[in-house]
Design a protein around this ligand. Structure first.
Ligand code: SF4
Ligand code: SF4
Length: 388
């Protein structure tokens, strides 16, 4: 079969499986690996050590699969319908759109494996293939741009000129020759800087350069330890990921809706009450987020994020939930609950911290308690509250 017929059959099958964006390129050395390595070297990846581990393979996919000849770049739309109820209130947690439904890794992997079977068995056109979603040793935005799927926006996500940026990217490496698509060079962000200005933590430090250590997606999902104190107030009620730079992008204004029912939002992920989330023990957390991307943060990381959001709400209504957090078995949850109580200008919050100071043994938690009490002392001077 000619490369052209094979590519058009594969494209048709990929579309049928729900991949709205499809493009093919010959496999070659990455064109942006030096920029990527420089980014890693500057420490912008924070604690994501797995990115360093993959860096060598990312230079050329043939290091992983020497027989590979072509790469199929794919985009899967995850913009499900906007829910009628949205997390606009500070006592409601906000979860990133991609995590509203079931875990996309499984869903997309199943579709990729159907595509691989179609190529190797039904069309009998290839012997070896490898597919990746999100985690492979491929610089996925670079290959997507080279395969004509769109351009890389200033916020570092791939943007398609017709369909916006709400896409999961995936790749299929195959040992057959496919018809090559042209790289996307027609449009770019131009003079727009909306996403840079909208980012609450100034994480977009230059065009297509993200300091992940400042990004709320990294802070709430990838970071396993304490969230830097100076960034906590900027996180507002974002408890898992952040969509702000994509929400504000003009190219997403008319982004089409995904037809994938497997990604439909779970109602409990749309407007969860922060004080309810703080009550989740391990069993309840595992049950609630079974087969959901949210489980990636683990209970301790998730409740850490919830505590920060409760601190940003700064309402006495959060004191009972944060008192639970102050008693949690995880030091990370206790330390962030202490910080959060320190944000609430209420005598009861101060009393809870003073009680915890007597029993707490963990030095890091104690430090957070003391800092929170010191913040109370300052507020008391400023506002003449807490007069015993
Ligand atoms: S995801 Fe949020 S924090 Fe990260 S760069 Fe975009 S707007 Fe900034
Ligand atoms: S908001 Fe503007 S600058 Fe940012 S990605 Fe979209 S078009 Fe580009």
């Amino acid at each position: 079969m000619s490369p052209s017929s094979l590519t058009s059959l594969l494209r048709e099958k990929a579309n049928e499986l729900g991949f709205e964006l499809v493009g093919a390129i010959p496999v070659s050395r990455s064109k942006t690996i030096d920029i990527y390595n420089a980014w890693l070297k500057k420490g912008y990846a924070g604690s994501m050590a797995y990115l360093e581990r993959h860096a060598e393979l990312k230079e050329d996919p043939r290091q992983l699969l020497p027989e590979t000849m072509s790469l199929l770049a794919l985009g899967f739309n995850y913009k499900t319908a906007d829910p009628s109820e949205k997390a606009n209130n500070p006592d409601i947690g906000c979860i990133s759109r991609y995590a509203w439904g079931d875990d996309y890794h499984e869903l997309i992997r199943r579709k990729l494996s159907v595509l691989e079977d179609y190529l190797c068995r039904e069309l009998n056109a290839g012997k070896i293939s490898r597919s990746f979603v999100d985690s492979g040793p491929v610089l996925e935005r670079e290959v997507a741009q080279r395969a004509g799927l769109g351009w890389i926006g200033k916020h570092s996500n791939l943007i398609n000129w017709k369909k916006g940026s709400w896409f999961f990217l995936a790749e299929l490496l195959v040992d057959v020759q496919l018809e090559t698509d042209l790289p996307f060079t027609r449009v770019d962000c131009g003079t727009c800087t909306i996403c840079i200005e909208a980012c609450p933590t100034e994480a977009i430090i230059a065009d297509r350069t993200l300091d992940a250590r400042l990004c709320i997606s990294y802070l709430t999902i990838e970071l396993k330890g304490a969230i830097p104190v100076e960034l906590r107030p900027k996180m507002a009620n974002l408890i898992f990921g952040c969509d702000i730079c994509q929400q504000v992008c003009p190219w997403n204004r008319d982004a089409p809706q995904s037809q994938e029912t497997g990604l439909l939002p779970r109602p409990e992920n749309i407007s969860p009450r922060l004080i309810d989330l703080m009550k989740l023990d391990q069993t309840a957390f595992s049950k609630r987020f079974r087969m959901s991307p949210v489980k990636r943060s683990k209970r301790r990381g998730f409740l850490r994020n919830v505590a920060v959001a409760l601190g940003n709400w700064a309402n006495p209504g959060a004191i009972p939930a944060l008192s639970l957090g102050l008693d949690d078995e995880e030091a990370l949850v206790r330390s962030h609950s202490a910080w959060a109580l320190g944000q609430i200008p209420d005598l009861q919050a101060k009393t809870k911290l003073e009680e915890a100071k007597i029993t707490e043994k963990n030095p890091e938690v104690l430090q957070e308690i003391e800092a929170a009490l010191a913040a109370f002392a300052l507020k008391a001077v400023d506002q003449e509250i807490f007069t015993d």
